[in-house]
Design a protein. Structure first.
Length: 269
């Protein structure tokens, strides 16, 4: 359903995934959503994305190579949509540079280390997606644009650099989802929190699809003055659903931020 695809694509900006099958496509790759384009147009700092795809054809399946090509196409779409504010640098064969950047090597037991990841940097900040996994492809676009948005955000004033304490309710939700909090790493905890939110999103998306379909059917059957009322109802439902997805995204990010703060406070990573 085109309307739902557009809605999900925008809502996932802050969280997990774009419906790449239903989205508008350019050369076989989902084009950036309007919301993504808005984020890119509002970047305060220029952003450079250094994409590393160091893969050994003897140890890496063809599907991973195809995934890497889709990642590259996604980044090129961002670069085009950002009007010069995003630059993509592909350093496909530089394994040493990838290791220096902190990317995670894999397939070492089969031969030379492979790398598939990216560094997203501005003059003031840097974030690293240490390893891209095809299993998480649905979440890739949202992960990248979220990092781009943070890295390209304006620098805070000195008065705002202090980190506020996490919300107690957020802390409780983190502890309930990670009962082994003391022993779990930030990376593993982040994955588990994100997965839990992803499941919440899936359930919400299923419910919203049924609701949206019902309203769309009313629009199709409405006539005269009722048609305009039905269209307004459809718009209202779409906005409410968008906000619901954004709320899920915000909770997810708040939980991840709280986890990092807790680990920093206890000196465990």
């Amino acid at each position: 359903m085109p309307a739902l695809a557009a809605l999900l694509g925008a809502g996932l900006l802050s969280f997990c995934a774009c419906d790449r099958e239903a989205a508008t496509k350019t050369e076989g790759v989902a084009a950036p959503s309007e919301t993504t384009r808005t984020v890119l147009s509002q970047l305060s700092l220029p952003v450079e994305i250094r994409f590393y795809s160091v893969l050994d054809s003897n140890t890496v399946p063809a599907s991973t190579f195809a995934f890497a090509q889709r990642v590259q196409a996604l980044l090129e779409g961002y670069e085009r949509a950002a009007s010069g504010k995003v630059k993509t640098v592909r350093e496909q064969t530089d394994a040493e540079a990838a290791a220096r950047e902190g990317l995670e090597g894999f397939n070492r037991e089969k031969g030379d280390a492979c790398f598939l990841g990216m560094v997203i940097a501005s003059e003031a900040r840097k974030e690293t997606l240490r390893r891209l996994d095809p299993k998480w492809e649905q979440a890739l676009e949202a992960d990248v644009i979220r990092s781009v948005e943070r890295v390209g955000a304006p620098l805070p004033s000195p008065a705002k650099t202090a980190t506020s304490a996490p919300d107690p309710a957020v802390l409780e939700s983190v502890k309930s989802q990670l009962p082994d909090l003391a022993s779990v790493s930030v990376e593993e905890g982040t994955k588990r929190l994100r997965l839990a939110s992803f499941e919440e999103f899936r359930k919400a998306a299923s419910e919203m699809e049924r609701e949206l379909k019902a309203v769309q059917e009313r629009v199709k059957s409405a006539q005269g003055p009722e048609l305009e009322l039905a269209r307004r109802e459809l718009q209202k439902v779409q906005m409410e659903q968008m906000q619901r997805l954004k709320d899920i995204a915000a909770r997810s990010q708040a939980q991840i931020d709280a986890l990092k703060q807790l680990k920093e406070q206890t000196g465990t990573r």
